[in-house]
Design a protein around this ligand. Structure first.
Ligand SMILES: [Fe+2]
Ligand SMILES: [Fe+2]
Length: 195
């Protein structure tokens, strides 16, 4: 892949991530609101922290886009706002389990999204972006663990289809280093919504 092709893919992927963070923020606002009973205060605190992280991610991704002389995609922004608000509405009627389960599954995809972005940043000759993108992947890893652990406390977890387990957190960095040394088989193709 040429550096300019990698940069173009990185811009598209970051536009998707930026708007995805918007959908996530709306969804988690609704999710937090649905946890109104006093015994759900620990869940609310967890959602609050995740929400803060997603808002910060959006700031970071916006900054990276501007460094690439790019901007968010307004159409995708509108679409992901609608999706976020729809999920938020569902959280009011969807019970406790479905939002936790759905969030875990979505966060699993977010990890790989930022791992792919880090590789594209390297291939696109923006090495200074790599560490920030890997850090975003690590925080999404934390989110996936929180929601997986929460969902696993519910009896429905036993009968629900499971998304693939994550590797240990440190794998995010070690697999990136393997990619740098050429030991990883074409990792940008492992998960890439652009293909
Ligand atoms: Fe995020
Ligand atoms: Fe997240």
């Amino acid at each position: 892949m040429t550096p300019s092709a990698a940069r173009a893919e990185l811009v598209t992927l970051l536009q998707m991530a930026y708007s995805g963070e918007r959908a996530a923020a709306y969804a988690y606002l609704g999710h937090r609101r649905s946890l109104s009973r006093p015994k759900r205060s620990a869940d609310r605190a967890m959602l609050q922290q995740v929400l803060i992280d997603e808002i910060r991610h959006r700031r970071v991704v916006r900054h990276l886009l501007s460094q690439l002389d790019a901007a968010p995609d307004p159409r995708r922004e509108r679409k992901m706002r609608r999706i976020g608000l729809t999920i938020a509405a569902f959280c009011q009627v969807g019970g406790w389990y479905a939002p936790m389960y759905g969030a875990g599954k979505l966060e699993r995809g977010n990890i790989e999204e930022y791992e792919v972005a880090a590789r594209l940043a390297h291939l696109g000759e923006h090495p200074h972006m790599v560490d920030q993108l890997l850090e975003l992947a690590e925080v999404e890893w934390d989110h996936e663990q929180l929601f997986r652990a929460a969902a696993a406390t519910h009896w429905l977890w036993r009968v629900s289809p499971k998304w693939p387990e994550t590797d240990v957190r440190s794998h995010i960095r070690t697999s990136f280093n393997e990619f740098l040394t050429g030991d990883e088989p074409d990792p940008t193709l492992r998960w890439n919504p652009l293909r």
